[in-house]
Design a protein around this ligand. Structure first.
Ligand SMILES: Nc1ncnc2c1ncn2[C@@H]1O[C@H](COP(=O)(O)OP(=O)(O)O)[C@@H](O)[C@H]1O
Ligand SMILES: Cc1ncc(COP(=O)(O)O)c(N)n1
Length: 280
């Protein structure tokens, strides 16, 4: 058996924002890459001052600073898959789209982050149209949540039928496939996602996990998809493996802070070596 240091290591890149609370954004992405046994690299687009209750400040980097980080990784290490998260303005989206084209990037997961789970607006209004016209057409997989899917399609989502119709409508924007995520839905639909790749329409179902601690679900899911693509899984298999990962992470979500806590990534470790009981 080859020692670990001589094995080829799959590499994924996240282009996203930093979450000081550690539950979403870059922090969730790198943790997800690690637990999927993929080396994680990052290009930070902005620094948010954020906790489980609110985003209190956002400092945005220049497009040049974002591109320099991507190029530094591309020139030396390379990557097998890339995901985008919070791209706060049109200039950064355009710069990322140009770099994606220049590097002929085929395995791109676009998580069109617009609104946090807590309802905070995360990108400018004109950034949404730039996302639609310039970045989404390059995506292998696009992963909008309920609210982002409603904005992108200009249709409302209440039922599974609506999710299917919106998946087909959003696919027209030019991504190779789309996954509409149902975390923001109510009742049975909460763990239900809909996949469409132009031919196959598939409903991916998990039982709703009864937890208030859902911070970072979308970031974790898209990072796990990118990790699985970096491990050479075909797109729908990557999505199914990532769905298993986020469902487990929801079952192990952390009760920290006063608002919705983050999903928990340690479940493989806890399963291998259970934690000692808590003493008062
Ligand atoms: N309470 C829950 N129970 C089961 N699955 C959930 C729950 N909340 C979110 N998910 C799943 O987590 C993933 C991320 O979806 P979602 O929470 O909608 O993303 P976002 O964080 O972008 O709003 C999806 O696969 C969704 O079905
Ligand atoms: C920096 C950053 N990026 C993304 C999200 C969305 O988080 P969620 O996965 O809970 O929708 C966030 N709250 N902060």
């Amino acid at each position: 058996m080859l020692p670990l240091t001589y094995r080829p290591v799959p590499v994924a890149l996240t282009i996203a924002g930093s979450d000081s609370g550690g539950g979403a954004g870059i922090q969730a992405d790198l943790r997800t890459f690690a637990f999927n046994q993929v080396h994680g690299t990052s290009a930070i687009t902005c620094v948010t001052a954020q906790n489980t209750m609110a985003v209190t400040r956002v400092d945005v980097l220049s497009p040049e600073a974002v591109i320099a980080q991507i190029e530094a990784v591309a020139e030396d290490i390379g990557f097998d898959a890339v995901k985008t998260g919070m791209l706060p303005n049109a200039e950064i989206i355009l710069a990322v789209a140009q770099t994606v084209q220049k590097n002929n990037l085929q395995t791109l997961v676009v998580d069109p982050v617009m609104v946090s789970r807590a309802g905070a607006r995360l990108i400018d209004e004109d950034a949404i149209s730039t996302l639609k016209t310039h970045l989404i057409p390059h995506a292998l997989i696009l992963t909008p949540n309920r609210y982002e899917a409603e904005i992108l399609s200009d249709q409302s989502i209440e039922t599974l039928q609506d999710m299917k119709a919106v998946a087909i409508a959003i696919h027209q924007l030019g991504s190779q496939s789309v996954l509409i995520k149902g975390g923001g839905c109510t009742g049975d639909l909460q763990g239900t996602d809909v996949w469409f790749d132009g031919q196959q329409l598939e409903v991916l179902k998990a039982d709703p996990v009864p937890t208030p601690n859902t911070h970072g679900t979308g970031c974790t899911l898209s990072a796990a998809i990118a990790a699985q693509l970096a491990l050479s899984q075909p797109p729908l298999n990557a999505v199914k493996a990532a769905k298993d990962y986020i469902t487990q992470a929801l079952h192990h979500a952390l009760q920290i802070g006063q608002g919705p806590g983050p999903v928990g990534h340690w479940f493989p470790l806890i399963q291998a070596a259970p934690l000692p009981p808590v003493t008062e």
